[in-house]
Design a binder for this molecule. Structure first.
Ligand code: GLV
Ligand code: MG
Length: 299
């Protein structure tokens, strides 16, 4: 799996010491992870290791062994089931100690905080600001569903009996607000029915539409759909680039120095430009090219 992951078109790979790793396998897995990071081959991907959460006895050894062994070849530590800002502060200080001891650049290794229970969600603003190392806030739906006693076994799908909206809307939005308020990424967690691509697309489409920056994939088969759903549709990308060009022209001397103008049947102003910047940035990051180009009206 590790070898295969090196060649997959995912933006990040995380190697797991937590829930996908049985307790008896954890000491061996630390060594496998250090070797895999140091062997390289991860160009173009963020390299992340998920350690065990701080209510277990494993966390400190996970961090010390992995960062001492492969800190130069590691971008972030993912801390699961974060419940307080203090837990993030612990990880920040521990990373600083190891960086100083090993002669690594202090502060380079980031932290990804997974929100997986009610306490973590209630504390999410403090967690998001607990360290300048925080790069990402992640929703962990499986643990979260268990933690709030949700009566369902299918991660990300609406619990049977709840027929009046999206049972995850508040949680997703709460995490998104904390992330945006501190300018860090918001990432949606896994979809476990790996053969159900329609289900994956349905659930992924929701967090992508809200403004999330990405979602976990558990299987190579989920990657293309995920990349597609987090990219704008071609018509939206073209529209965004056209708004930027048109607004640039309308606000110029030649375009009449106008702060509000008509683009076809649509009024555009500074707020339109800001929305267009978001869609255009997502499209450019995905390597999209324009299929339609606005041109200024002829004299
Ligand atoms: C991921 O860790 C989850 O609990 O969904
Ligand atoms: Mg979890």
């Amino acid at each position: 799996m590790i070898d295969k992951a090196r060649g997959l078109p995912a933006d990040q790979v995380f190697l797991d010491l937590e829930d996908a790793c049985a307790p008896l396998a954890k000491p061996g897995a630390r060594k496998t992870i250090v070797a895999a990071l140091n062997e390289g081959g991860w160009e173009g991907k963020a390299r992340v290791v998920r350690v065990n959460d701080l209510t277990t006895e494993w966390t400190y050894r996970d961090v010390v062994e992995v960062v001492e062994g492969a800190g130069a070849n590691l971008d972030c530590i993912m801390l699961p089931k974060v419940q307080t800002a203090g837990q993030v502060a612990w990880l920040d200080l521990t990373l600083t100690q190891i960086e100083k001891t090993m002669g690594y650049e202090v502060g380079r290794i980031g932290i990804e905080a997974q929100i997986e229970n009610a306490k973590g969600l209630v504390e999410v603003d403090a967690i998001a600001t607990a360290s300048p190392r925080i790069e990402t806030i992640i929703f962990g739906p499986a643990d979260f569903m268990a933690s709030i006693n949700m009566k369902s076994l299918v991660v990300g799908e609406q619990p049977t009996g709840y027929d009046v909206g999206d049972a995850y809307h508040y949680i997703l939005m709460r995490i998104l607000m904390a992330a945006r308020a501190t300018d860090v990424q918001a990432i949606d967690g896994p979809y476990l029915q790996i053969r159900d691509l329609d289900g994956f697309r349905r659930v992924t489409g929701r967090s992508a539409a809200l403004g999330y920056d990405g979602k976990w994939v558990l299987h190579p088969g989920q990657i293309d759909a995920c990349n597609e759903l987090f990219s704008p549709r071609q018509e939206d990308y073209d529209h965004a680039e056209n708004i930027l060009d048109a607004y640039d022209w309308f606000t110029s001397e030649a375009g009449g120095k106008r702060g509000a103008a008509m683009l076809g049947d649509e009024m555009i102003d500074e707020a339109s430009r800001k929305m267009a910047l978001v869609v255009s940035a997502k499209g450019r990051a995905a390597g999209m090219t324009r299929t339609d180009r606005w041109t200024p009206p002829a004299e």
